[in-house]
Design a protein around this ligand. Sequence first.
Ligand SMILES: Cc1cc2nc3c(=O)[nH]c(=O)nc-3n(C[C@H](O)[C@H](O)[C@H](O)COP(=O)(O)O)c2cc1C
Length: 142
Amino acid sequence: MKKAVSLSRNPLCYNGNLFSAEDYKEFTADFPSINSVMLGRGMVANPGLAGEMKNGEKMDKRQLKSFHDEVLKGYEEIMSGDRNVLFKMKELWAYMIQMFDGAEKHGKKIRKSQHLADYRAEVDSLFGELDLKESAGAFDGK
Ligand SMILES: Cc1cc2nc3c(=O)[nH]c(=O)nc-3n(C[C@H](O)[C@H](O)[C@H](O)COP(=O)(O)O)c2cc1C
């Protein structure tokens, strides 16, 4: 990668494995000439990641819930049937569940939910019972 950066005559944008503000800081220290990055899994898991990288402010639980509710509402508006909406939301949770500590049981119930009513009840219980990880955004890469 260092070789590519030194040889390239084009402006470069990097992506891959940036999961926390710390990762970003290390990356910019290693590659100061690259001033744009794209975020994939890290951003899906932690929608506050870009803000955290820019100004060090972490997303709190209320903001994450409000993000979740907005995504859910959007899918409900454009998709028909609980099944299709749940398919999308479960995919999101495959990443976002990592924002919480000890959320395995909640994650399993979310994955098993068949109707939006059960799904909502489970998401409410997750947000009610658990706190966000101290290191939210630290991502295990799975
Ligand atoms: C859920 C998901 C969907 C993706 N969809 C696409 C896609 O449609 N086209 C594409 O070029 N890359 C896609 N990617 C790859 C990402 O753009 C990115 O290159 C990859 O996730 C590596 O970056 P990351 O380590 O920040 O996740 C997708 C990745 C994920 C996790």
